[in-house]
Design a protein around this ligand. Structure first.
Ligand code: KG4
Ligand code: ZN
Length: 333
């Protein structure tokens, strides 16, 4: 089974080849054009996908040493994501599948983030809990099988990745700010500036309050000292990062208890954060949990995870027709 997978939901154009469940190539082209605008510009993302998709697919095939005529199916991200961006990957996948006369597999991007855990060992066994944290989502997912997932908690406003990116913007760091905050936080004191953790009922999250608290805090401090941000950058980053991680881990602990679960996984772009990776390891050791953390390259958006999700669907004989269209707000099944 030679599977081509396409990911184009946001600002990464990516293609991967999976052969019988084994990932042979995973090419990611990150769109740099958005940096100068301080965030992803949907229109520019679509154009960049249009430009990169053929070279990226070509490279994925070449690296895997597979000819396009040897492909047996094509998996693609149907949603959630930016409509114009999803349209490029979806249309490309449909056209190529039609010309090669092979089946199509639609993939939910958020399910694929979770299933990235099955690309390499060690793999969790079912059921397990996954904290999926990205630029657009923050979810606690109860994973019953590769095809059966239930969102048991999620953010009611901003995603945690957005909180990282918006804080970075406030302190003058370029987009995407998450990795920059992570880097600076390593040299800072996480206990220097305490921010409120907020209180959300049940297993849901909220990150809009912390964003406002940071904004007011910085405005107040800058009134007394215009150099405040410059002089305290590392401590601000470390303190904000610690707060965001504490907010996440508090709910993880609660959900693990409710589900009486021993296996925790993290996924999504923010799972690349070193503070979160260390934090979940420490909590896991304390609680006697098995902790699953994907390689960095499978945390942020990539087609390897789309291939993995596509592989599970192909195994179950689940394909889609040529009448499929993207779903910007696609829900998990
Ligand atoms: O999963 P992803 O690549 O795209 C979405 O589906 O949204 O996640 C992107 C998000 C961005 O908000 C980015 O700032 C954040 O992941 N991110 C990080 C780190 N690396 C990526 N946030 C904190 N620390 C990092 N090291
Ligand atoms: Zn993502």
């Amino acid at each position: 089974m030679n599977l081509l997978a396409i990911e184009s939901s946001c600002d990464e154009t990516s293609a991967a080849i999976m052969v019988n469940g084994e990932l042979r190539s995973n090419i990611v082209s990150t769109q740099l054009i958005h940096t100068q605008w301080g965030g992803v510009v949907p229109e520019l993302a679509s154009r960049a996908h249009q430009k990169s998709i053929i070279p990226v697919v070509h490279e994925a095939l070449q690296k895997a040493n597979i000819n396009k005529n040897e492909l047996n199916a094509i998996a693609f991200t149907r949603g959630p994501g930016l409509l114009g961006a999803l349209l490029i990957g979806t249309s490309f996948a449909k056209a190529l599948a039609l010309s090669l006369d092979i089946p199509l597999i639609e993939v939910n991007h958020m399910e694929a983030h979770v299933l990235a855990h099955f690309i390499e060992d060690p793999k969790p066994s079912f059921p397990f809990l996954c904290l999926t944290v990205s630029g657009g989502h923050t979810q606690l997912v109860w994973v019953k099988s590769p095809l059966e997932m239930e969102v048991i908690g999620e953010t009611q406003d901003d995603a945690v990745g957005e909180a990282f990116d918006k804080t970075a913007k406030l302190i003058g760091l370029p987009y995407p700010g998450g990795p920059m905050i992570d880097k600076l936080a390593k040299e800072g004191n996480p206990n220097r500036f305490p921010f409120p953790l907020g209180e959300m009922p049940g297993l849901d999250f909220s990150f809009s309050g912390i964003k406002t608290a940071i904004l007011y805090f910085l405005q107040k401090e800058q009134k007394n000292n215009p150099q405040f941000i410059e002089e305290n950058k590392a401590d601000i980053c470390a303190s904000v990062q610690k707060t965001l991680i504490d907010m996440l881990l508090r709910k993880v602990k609660k959900a693990m208890k409710e589900k009486n679960c021993q296996q925790i996984a993290i996924a999504g772009g923010v799972a690349a954060n070193s503070g979160l990776r260390n934090g979940i390891q420490e909590l896991g050791a304390q609680q006697n949990w098995d902790v699953f953390i994907p390689a960095f390259s499978y945390c942020t958006d990539n087609a390897g995870m789309i291939a993995m999700a596509g592989h599970f669907k192909a195994e179950a004989g689940i394909f889609c027709g040529q009448d499929v269209s993207p779903l910007p707000r696609m829900a998990m099944k």
